[in-house]
Design a protein around this ligand. Structure first.
Ligand code: GLN
Ligand code: ZN
Length: 766
């Protein structure tokens, strides 16, 4: 029996990588310093695994931005528009890499970033590879070899992790017509061969190919490509040991395909789909070993050893110990780094938790226990584990009967506005009096270093509550004035009082706890610190009324109230695994509903309930979609339906493909939706060609995830495209998402241009 880890968090237990990248981007540190930080993190991670006693330790799971972008660079899938960046004489490989991730606007160049989208059903985002007909690939980067060598120096013969060839192609997008990305497998294979040859020469024995697409619906063509690719690789590398890693769902009907691939080990996710073990054990051929993903890589709960051991024993009975690997369910990228830093957590709750470093130990203990160890410290760990698991089931911290009763009493009417959109629209138009092509933003304005430092000082006690409040008021007021000045129609207060759109609400709700350092990478240098939902959820007091009311009192224009929706709060939190997600979601929906009603009472007439995460909650298999969408849409509607017709409910969504759920989005029945669009050049709009979106909609006209300032002309062009499929009377004009990560300088330029674009579009229409 062996243990292995599919990938370890790379952001650093104190977010060292985030800080170093951002300093490098702003010119505060040199390349060498950034590279040193990267190397230190790798070494730190390897040592944790080595000391814990993991048998196969990964390399190339580290990344300066994103592992998919790393693959694109390694295989030379570099879109032509970036070639000039590479030619600038002071630019390194990493500068080219960051240009692809973030866009490039200097040295007389103005190049947009590559598209970014969510990684399966996680809140991690990857950079989408761009594919062209007959594209050729060449080995372009040494990163993976350097990392392998680095691990070797640390005394580890590591297991390089690659995104499997088929999954890499499936993650990308065809950028021209007339071919299928899978056709590129033949051209790409020689580069994979070259990579493996070099790794083998360096002394690698194991290669992990991540093929998460094997857990999705797989087309015939993809099946053939899988068989072709692995047959070829096997032929060329009879001695390398291949691990094919699948995760985020069960193999289900792809099980026979997966076990037929000429790999040495197949990794399966037994957290997401425990049922698959029986099927796989039934079909696994003699020469294939199984890696059992029993420790949850996506959540923070302590593993239930007894449950995991039952799986492992079942597998041993069938395969014997030699063919068994014990592992986390997926890469630990999606877990926070180290629970040891959480010194302030309530001990009872802390004892239920486990982060990446602790999960590594769990994997090692499970192997020892399954091997019948007599090691006392491991047996003691087992006893502690049993106590923690049992304690959580019965703890009085978790259960609130009032909340359970209120959820049980929810009726269909609670999820219905009083009247249909047609009637609401009239009433809203009457009371709001908005122009054609109304302009608005998504909520947040730049969270400058200053704003963040006030919050830090306030938390430390260096600023009093009054001082902090006064500073925030000043910033809010200034932002209101500025929006008035440049002529935005529906204003926002700016969200300066908020650290994060989920954390802010979680902190005010009961049933949540917060970690100090539980950061998880979201994209690039961006990390999130998901709250932990451990118990029944309720809202003891109003959460946003104070700031919304203050902002509204400063202007005669409308200010939008700004809330995070129930599905997003659920999706971006670590959730309970002791009740269905739908149940937890309803509890949150009721809390948000109360807030919406209170905002209306406080005189707020436009209320936005953000649901950017609704799509990422979709099950990976289509057959499971409808069930999820039903409860998710219903939860949103429960949160939105307590108000009068004249109150306008907005929602916002971003960074997902929405085309295939556009009908369900319409079912949410928000009066207005603002939605991300511009990175994909309004591809979203294709959905509206056949489906008439009934309510109002603001397809984002510029990408806020890049510092690049868009021109007025570009935005007019996007608005023109939008009008081809959506009547002008339904259109809003807004950026793709909140402006929190941007600087004021670029924000000002961009929004002034956006307002001008809306004015021109409106004039052209009249
Ligand atoms: N209202 C939030 C903001 O503007 C929305 C953020 C998001 O969609 N991710 O920051
Ligand atoms: Zn957004």
């Amino acid at each position: 029996m062996q243990t292995h880890i599919l990938g370890y968090p790379r952001i650093g237990s104190k977010r060292e990588l985030k800080k170093a990248c951002e300093q490098y981007w702003s010119g505060k540190i040199l390349l060498e310093e950034l590279l040193t930080t990267g190397r230190n993190i790798c070494n730190h991670n390897w040592n944790i695994q080595k000391e814990a006693g993991i048998d196969l330790i990964p390399c190339n799971d580290f990344s300066y931005y994103d592992q998919v972008l790393d693959m694109s660079l390694i295989v030379g899938a570099i879109p032509v528009r970036y070639h000039e960046v590479a030619l600038k004489k002071n630019n390194s490989e990493l500068d080219l890499y960051f240009a692809m991730a973030r866009g490039y606007q200097k040295d007389g160049l103005d190049i947009t970033a590559m598209e970014m989208t969510k990684w399966f059903d996680t809140n991690y985002h990857y950079i989408v590879p761009e594919f062209y007909k007959n594209q050729q690939f060449t080995l372009t980067s040494d990163k993976i070899f350097n990392e392998f060598a680095g691990a070797k120096q640390a005394g580890i013969n590591s297991k390089p992790v690659l995104i499997g060839l088929v999954s890499y192609l499936l993650l990308g997008k065809e950028k021209e017509e007339g071919f299928d990305k899978l056709d590129l497998a033949k051209n790409l294979l020689p580069v994979y061969t070259e990579i493996l040859t070099k790794l083998q020469d360096q002394g690698a024995q194991w290669i992990q190919f991540d093929e998460p697409f094997l857990t999705l619906d797989v087309t015939e063509k993809a099946k053939e490509t899988y068989q072709y690719v692995y047959r070829e690789l096997r032929k060329q590398f009879p001695l390398l040991k291949f691990i094919v890693a699948t995760y985020f769902n069960g193999l289900k009907d792809n099980a026979s395909l997966a076990v037929s691939l000429p790999a040495d080990v197949l990794h399966i996710d037994l957290v997401r789909n425990p049922e698959q073990l029986a099927d796989i054990l039934h079909t696994v051929p003699e020469n294939l070993s199984l890696s059992l993903g029993v420790v949850d890589g996506r959540n923070i709960w302590k593993n239930d050893y007894e449950k995991s051991l039952a799986f492992i024993k079942k597998a041993i009975e069938k395969l014997g110990t030699e063919r068994i690997f014990v592992a986390p369910s997926c890469s630990l990228l999606h877990s926070p780094c180290d629970l040891d830093f959480e010194t302030a957590l309530q001990p009872e709750i802390k004892n239920w938790l486990s982060f990446a470093k602790q999960k590594v130990k769990e994997v090692v203990s499970l192997k020892a226990l399954a091997s019948g160890t007599e090691d006392e410290s491991i047996l003691a760990d087992f006893e502690d584990n049993k106590k923690a698991v049992a304690g959580r089931k019965t703890s009085s911290l978790i259960h609130n009967d009032k909340v359970k009763q209120r959820v049980a009493a929810i009726t269909e009417e609670d999820a219905q506005r009083k009247n249909s959109f047609r009637i609401r629209k009239e009433r809203q138009q009457e009371s709001l009096q908005l122009p054609l092509f109304p302009t608005t933003t998504i909520g947040s304005f730049p969270q400058t270093t200053e704003v963040r430092s006030w919050r830090a000082q306030f938390k430390k006690g260096d600023l009093s509550a009054e001082q902090y409040d006064a500073l925030l008021k000043e910033e809010t007021q200034r932002t209101i004035r500025w929006q008035e000045e440049i002529g935005i129609d529906v204003l926002v207060h700016g969200e300066f009082e908020r650290n994060d759109m989920v954390e802010y609400f979680g902190e005010k709700l009961e049933g949540f706890i917060f970690t100090k350092n539980g950061w998880v990478q979201s994209y690039g240098s961006r990390c999130v610190k998901p709250p932990v939902i451990f118990g029944d959820i309720s809202r003891p007091d109003p959460m946003t009324i104070y700031w919304s009311q203050y902002a509204q009192s400063q202007t005669n224009k409308w200010v939008k109230g700004m809330l995070t929706g129930p599905v997003t709060i659920l999706q971006w939190s670590f959730v309970r695994d002791d009740q269905p997600r739908s149940e937890t979601c309803k509890q949150i929906a009721l809390a948000i509903r109360d807030e919406v009603v209170d905002l209306e009472k406080a005189g707020i007439r436009i209320i936005q309930i953000d649901e950017p995460a609704i799509r990422e909650g979709l099950p990976l298999r289509k057959a499971e979609w409808q069930n999820y969408l039903k409860w998710a849409v219903e939860a949103f509607r429960i949160s939105a339906s307590g108000v009068e017709d004249a109150t306008q409910i907005h929602t916002h969504m971003c960074y997902s493909e929405f085309n295939d759920i556009i009908k369900n989005i319409a079912d949410m029945d928000a009066d207005v939706i603002t939605i991300e669009c511009s990175r994909s050049q309004m591809e979203l709009l294709n959905a509206f060609a056949d489906f008439k979106y009934p309510n109002e909609i603001g397809p984002g006209v510029y990408d806020i995830h890049s510092p690049r300032v868009p021109s007025k002309e570009e935005m007019i062009e996007l608005l023109r495209k939008a009008q081809n499929v959506i009547p002008a009377t339904q259109l809003w004009v807004n950026p793709d998402c909140g402006l929190k990560t941007r600087h004021w300088e670029e924000t000002e330029k961009a929004l002034i241009a956006m307002v001008a674009a809306a004015k021109e579009a409106s004039a052209a229409y009249a």
